[in-house]
Write a protein that binds this ligand. Structure first.
Ligand code: ADP
Ligand code: TYD
Length: 211
């Protein structure tokens, strides 16, 4: 694992809606804190005041309010603010940043779901973000089960889960494809087990990366 730009460690969680990312981010943060690490738990879209404002713009209201291209710009704008205000300062202070979703989600949701816009996503990423996580935990999960979990905690946000199982199947395959594209930083974890089993697996994977 390389730490060319900072001293901290940048960990991201990816996977379809309901796969257990938020749950596992919290559990990992708690476990690392108990082990003496200084952690920052954050999420996308969001993670800084400006990016949380953009989150409300993209996830609430009419899902067709933005074109696919405009949505890429909004998610990337949120990410740029999050990076500047939250992630980079925390890494520079030597902290472990644990982020619930990052650029891989844009590669999937905006890059695949409404036509093939992956190149546009990657070009904008190179121009405005230019940084990948040190380690990405992909929680892999049967979409039918993930959707059932996600629906159980439904709030006011418009999420991709509302687009149904076939899109989630496409996203699952897409995420597994990304793991093959970036094998150095991706670790695939089977999410279809108890919360405790998944957490233990993730902790072992991350400790190995930290050592
Ligand atoms: P995500 O952030 O990936 O959408 P969450 O962590 O919010 O997923 O989990 C979605 C729901 O499923 C929550 O109600 C959570 O308590 C539950 N959940 C998470 N992991 C598991 C698991 N391994 N087994 C059963 N339920 C789970
Ligand atoms: P999130 O709160 O992580 O949803 P969940 O807990 O259900 O997984 O993310 C909200 C939604 O935003 C989710 O449906 C995926 C979508 N999203 C994108 O479309 N592009 C992105 O770049 C990101 C970060 C999220």
């Amino acid at each position: 694992m390389t730490h060319t730009k900072t001293n901290g460690l940048f960990l991201t969680f990816e996977g379809i809606d309901g796969s257990g990312k938020s749950t596992q981010c919290r559990l990992l943060s708690d476990a690392l804190q108990r082990a003496g690490y200084d952690t920052v738990l954050t999420r996308e879209p969001g993670g800084s005041p400006g990016a949380e404002e953009i989150r409300r713009m993209v996830l609430e209201g009419d899902p067709d309010k933005w074109s696919a291209e405009t949505e890429i710009l909004l998610f990337t704008a949120a990410r740029r603010d999050h990076l500047e205000r939250t992630i980079v300062p925390a890494l520079a202070a030597g902290k472990v940043v644990i982020c619930d979703r990052f650029a891989d989600s844009t590669r999937m949701y905006q890059g695949l779901s409404r036509g093939d816009l992956r190149t546009t996503v990657d070009q904008l990423h190179a121009l405005m973000i230019g940084r990948e996580p040190d380690l990405t935990v992909l929680i892999d999960m049967d979409p039918t089960k993930g959707l059932a979990r996600a629906k159980a905690r439904k709030g006011t946000e418009e999420r991709f889960e509302d687009f149904g199982v076939s899109l989630q199947e496409q996203m699952r395959a897409g995420f597994l494809g990304l793991a093959q594209e970036f094998p150095d930083r991706f670790r695939v974890i089977d999410g279809d087990r108890t919360i405790e089993h998944v957490a233990a697996d993730i902790q072992a994977t991350v400790r190995q990366a930290l050592s």
